[in-house]
Design a protein around this ligand. Structure first.
Ligand SMILES: [Cu+2]
Length: 443
């Protein structure tokens, strides 16, 4: 469905037609292609579901607002939050308004937003509006653009949104600590005049990484390289909520990455997509090229779009293989190819309850843990994956599932795609092997 300004007038009868038309005629490309709004333009604040189709933040929330004298007023409260990454792992993090990460701030190009930031943390903080073009005094770098917001203080930020696209917000005071603790969120600014068809599903995914030592309850901001919890919207698989699409729908996914030290190549199965915008602005259609993996550098956003024309359950994950594991130690000795029985015998004098794992790789760890064969520290998810329709999914971390269904198939996040038998990979039959001249020789 294409969502036009005409629809806005029809649905939103209360909105002033004159002011919107006036704003439209004044609109021009002032700075770069992403900016179509002049500072002097006056628009009515855009209303969700009337002026724009709201985005979906899986496992997250959108920050509510109210309108006071034509200005959108938001209230961010920085505070400690006990956050669950997946069943079995939670930690005391720092976030906003009871959420880790903070709720998505959503508005429209031309809106003036006022954000009150209350600091309920034990440390000073600030908020930086990443990618937003605004006055220097509103940019939120502690010490440079403003004094830090001391505990219990409330700061005032106000600026007009002159651009559209996908941006982020995060603490810019003691960043290393505060961002490692979770202090970040996404900002979506819808265009006044959408250039492309408006998507039917518009998802927001914040990528981040954490160091949480098994058995502890706090992220460790001092970690520089060995991150062990990798997340989409602060959740690790199997804690990630699937993305949903109905066959034929246009899907947009907005990725933002504020990981401490890593870039994430996000791969979507079953599709080729186009990268349509960065936090620098929209990419002209002629310059977009097809991809199956989009590299999202830290400190950047990348937006992809595709038409969901291939039904099924499709994996979407970071392609760095250590980013789809949960809380494993990466300094393990290599024992692939060894005989676990022999090794176990040697160890049994010193460690009678030892259990050698990993001789055939890591794939069976999650199953062992879930069946209780292996005791794990309290509050930890070492290598646990999730149960799928065909067995155990040996993935964790930055992994989720896009579930594309036809309109007549009821969708629920817990149900799986039913593939037609002729499209299903399976054990080869003896008859087939013989027919095609494939001979399996036992050694
Ligand atoms: Cu990654």
């Amino acid at each position: 469905m294409t969502y036009s300004r005409r629809d806005t007038f029809r649905i939103g009868g209360a909105l002033s037609l004159t002011s919107m038309l006036a704003g439209r005629s004044n609109a021009k490309h002032s700075i770069g292609i992403s900016q179509t709004v002049n500072a002097e333009d006056t628009y009515k604040p855009a209303i969700p579901d009337i002026d724009y189709k709201p985005v979906i933040t899986p496992n997250g929330a959108t920050l509510p607002f109210k309108v006071v004298d034509g200005v959108k007023v938001f209230h961010l409260i920085a505070e400690e939050v006990m956050h669950s990454f997946a069943d079995g792992l939670s930690a005391n993090c720092w976030g906003y308004n009871g959420h880790v990460h903070g709720p998505t701030i959503e508005a429209m190009e031309g809106d003036t937003i006022r954000v009150y930031v209350t600091n309920r943390l034990p440390a000073p903080t600030t908020v930086h509006w990443h990618g937003i073009i605004l006055p220097s005094g509103m940019d939120g770098v502690g010490g440079l653009n403003q004094p830090p917001i001391e505990p219990e203080e409330t700061f005032f930020y106000e600026f007009k949104l002159k651009q559209h696209g996908t941006f982020m917000y995060h603490s810019h005071h003691d960043e290393m600590t505060q961002m490692a603790m979770g202090m970040m969120g996404m900002i979506v600014i819808h265009p006044r005049q959408p250039a492309n068809p408006v998507p039917d599903r518009d998802y927001v995914m914040m990528l981040s990484e954490w160091s949480i030592k098994p058995g502890t309850h706090r992220p460790d901001p001092n970690e520089m390289s060995d991150f062990n919890v990798l997340t989409f919207n602060a959740r690790a698989f199997p804690g990630t909520e699937p993305l949903q699409a109905t066959l034929g729908e246009r899907v947009r996914i907005r990725f933002g990455n504020l990981s401490a030290m890593d870039h994430h190549p996000i791969h979507l199965h079953g599709y080729a997509f186009h990268v349509t915008e960065t936090d620098g602005g929209p990419i002209p259609e002629a310059a977009q090229w097809p991809e199956t993996t989009v590299l999202v550098p830290t400190g950047a956003t990348r937006t992809i779009e595709f038409v969901a024309d291939n039904p099924g359950d499709w994996a979407m994950h970071c392609h760095m293989t250590h980013h789809v594991m949960n809380q494993m130690g990466h300094e393990l000795d290599l024992i692939i190819g060894t005989d676990p029985q022999e090794l176990s015998k040697i160890l049994s004098n010193a460690l009678p309850d030892n259990m050698i794992m990993g001789a055939n790789g890591m794939g069976d760890h999650g199953v062992h843990i879930e069946k209780g064969h292996m005791v794990i520290p309290d509050n930890s998810i070492p290598m646990i994956g999730g149960q799928g329709p065909m067995g155990y999914i040996t993935m964790g971390g930055m992994f989720t599932i896009l579930k594309v269904r036809s309109a007549d198939q009821a969708y629920s996040p817990d149900t799986w795609y039913r593939e037609k038998p002729h499209n299903q990979a399976r054990l080869a039959s003896a008859e087939e092997l013989k027919r095609d001249g494939i001979y399996i020789i036992d050694e």
